[in-house]
Write a protein that binds this ligand. Structure first.
Ligand SMILES: [Zn+2]
Length: 308
């Protein structure tokens, strides 16, 4: 067997140094604080997303004096496992799913109050959970019935347009109405890269309406369903910065730094979603970190030809 030539010590050290450099990516750019004169609109596909994505920013924006509104696109009635646990039913029926939605609407009100968002700045659209992408792509002008709630029109009396038939055009109209009312200078919306179809659909909805208004520069995108195992580690780690989710690779992320008060407000807001905590509490606490991540573009920026 041939003996290998000895590796010079300096070469070993250089290799180790390179490995350390590769393991520690450069820190993300810091997003500036929210302007006290800003009008912020958080667009949440479901009750709980407002806290998971943006609870810390909402709290700090409110304390700075900014105006913050939240719009929930669905009421979260499509989470069958949750209905089984919360309503203690092996086979939850449509009435159980509607009851779950009512609980989740109340939890969203409670979480928003903990973050300092006034009741008259909270908008529920009531479109079908797990139906947002279908409405926009397949049912723009034809009726849709939710297999979870049994409804084919907005069933919640506290919604913006109770009784509005479920189709993509009505969803767009209602969302545009909220934009017209709030006139946001900053919109926080889900990225179409998020793995949940309602989140992807909501991202597309925001891009359609804000794009038509020529106001895409006011939108910052976030990801909640970032790929298997993310956020990592699960559980409460409020002193760690949030990491870039696998689904967000290549996006131009900025980190928004949360002070201690904002981290605590976010923790309490997440905890307000009791129905969700029963099923996935540890995962939900993984969103309470020292930072929240936002991107100026909805997806990864394309690599132009000829670039390295
Ligand atoms: Zn969601």
């Amino acid at each position: 067997m041939r003996k290998r030539p000895p590796i010079p010590a300096l070469a070993v050290l250089a290799t180790m140094a390179m490995a350390v450099t590769a393991a520690a990516p450069a820190p993300l750019p810091v997003m500036p604080p929210v302007d006290p004169a800003a009008r912020v609109l958080v667009v949440a596909p479901h009750p709980d997303d407002e806290s998971l994505c943006c609870g810390g920013l909402i709290d700090m924006a409110r304390r700075a004096g900014a105006d913050v509104s939240i719009v929930w696109v669905t009421s979260g009635e499509g989470f069958r496992l949750d209905a089984m646990v919360v309503e203690r039913k092996l086979r939850p029926r449509q009435a159980d799913m509607r009851l779950l939605a009512r609980r989740r609407i109340q939890e969203a009100h409670d979480a928003a109050a903990l973050l300092g968002v006034d009741r008259d700045h909270q908008y529920f659209l009531g479109y079908p959970d797990r139906g947002v992408l279908r409405l926009l792509l397949d049912r723009y002008s034809s009726p849709y019935r939710s297999k979870y709630s049994g409804a084919d029109a907005v069933p919640w009396e506290q919604a913006l347009s109770p009784g509005s038939p479920y189709d993509g055009a009505n969803l767009e109209n209602d969302f545009a109405h909220v934009i017209e009312r709030v006139r946001p200078t900053l919109v926080l919306a889900p990225s179409p890269n998020d793995t949940h179809p309602d989140h992807r659909g909501t991202g597309i909805l925001v891009m359609r309406i804000m794009g038509t208004r020529g106001e895409m520069d006011r939108v910052r995108f976030w990801i909640v369903h970032g790929g298997r195992g993310w956020p990592k580690p699960a559980g409460l780690n409020a002193s760690l910065p949030q990491t870039v989710p696998p689904r967000g690779k290549g996006m131009p992320w900025e980190q928004f730094e949360l002070d201690d008060e904002a981290r605590e407000a976010k923790r309490l807001a997440v905890r307000a979603h009791e129905t969700q905590l029963k099923v996935m509490g540890s995962v939900m606490m993984g969103y309470v970190r020292a930072t929240e991540l936002y991107s100026r573009t909805p997806t990864a920026q394309p690599v132009t030809e000829g670039s390295p």
